[in-house]
Design a protein around this ligand. Structure first.
Ligand code: OAD
Length: 231
């Protein structure tokens, strides 16, 4: 028999202990940058320069960050589970920690894609992380950050839903659960599947969700103990 399938839905909170700013906490990114200016399709049309600059800064911050104990705990769970990470995060800390399966719902900071051909994606060279509206890909096309802006569809939501439907255990960690469709993934778990939610300031969730109101590193350690008893 294969290992049970554990699906994780992560948000900005899992990277907070790595020094990456969340969006909606006090001092979060959206307090200093109007979200519709730097992370929406309208904002990008209006002032692409500003949007490129915003993501250049995010890349710089990411270069200085390292995965934390919560990212690593998810890798350790691969011993006992087939672990699939669905993340709203655009950082690459799950990958750098060593998670085998990571699906990004909102894009990836270290990638750019063609303005005209959404399927043409390039990974940035670590020495050339700055982009501008004039940045061209190796194929000569104009490129943009590989980020899902507000007002744009979320192409990976379908595979994400399929994963959640397969889950034997579902874990939500470090998200305010306000941005859809990601926030709605929980509704696709099969009946009877245990759902855990780790967040020091959890959003309101149904009575069937086991809430661990701690920061990600501590909450993941507690979760690992709880799961050990189930395996
Ligand atoms: P938010 O900033 O909305 O929420 C962050 C969550 O992390 C909150 O619930 C915090 O309580 C929690 N948190 C803070 N510190 C934590 C810690 N040390 N450990 C665990 N949790 C902690 O971020 P998201 O829910 O990820 O999209 O936001 C969703 C989307 O909104 C993002 O992907 C981004 C943003 O607009 C795009 O930019 C496309």
């Amino acid at each position: 028999m294969g290992k049970p399938v554990l699906v994780v839905s992560s948000g900005a909170g899992i990277s907070a202990e790595s020094g990456i700013s969340t969006f909606r906490d006090a001092g979060g990114l959206w307090e200093n940058y109007p979200v519709m200016d730097v992370a929406s399709a309208t904002g990008f049309r209006r002032n692409p320069e500003l949007v490129h600059r915003f993501y250049n800064e995010r890349r710089k911050a990411l270069l200085e960050a390292q995965p934390n104990a919560a990212h690593r705990a998810l890798v350790d769970l691969e011993r006992d589970f087939d672990v699939y990470v669905i993340t709203q995060n655009v950082d690459d800390l799950h990958e750098r920690a060593g998670s085998s399966h990571v699906l990004h719902l909102h894009g990836e900071l270290m990638k750019i894609r063609s303005v005209t051909d959404p399927d043409y994606v390039e990974t940035l060279d670590i020495d050339h992380l700055e982009t501008t509206p004039a940045t061209r890909g190796r194929n000569g096309q104009l490129m943009r950050p590989h980020i899902v802006f507000f007002e744009e569809p979320v192409p990976n939501i379908e595979p994400a839903i399929e994963l959640v439907r397969r889950a034997d255990v579902f874990v939500v960690v470090g998200t305010s659960l306000v941005v859809y469709p990601a926030a709605g993934l929980m509704q696709f778990v099969r009946p009877g599947v245990p759902v855990y939610y780790i967040d020091p300031h959890p959003a309101a969730v149904g009575p069937d969700v086991y809430v661990i109101a701690r920061k990600a590193s501590e909450g993941m350690a507690e979760l690992a103990e709880l799961l050990e008893r189930r395996v």
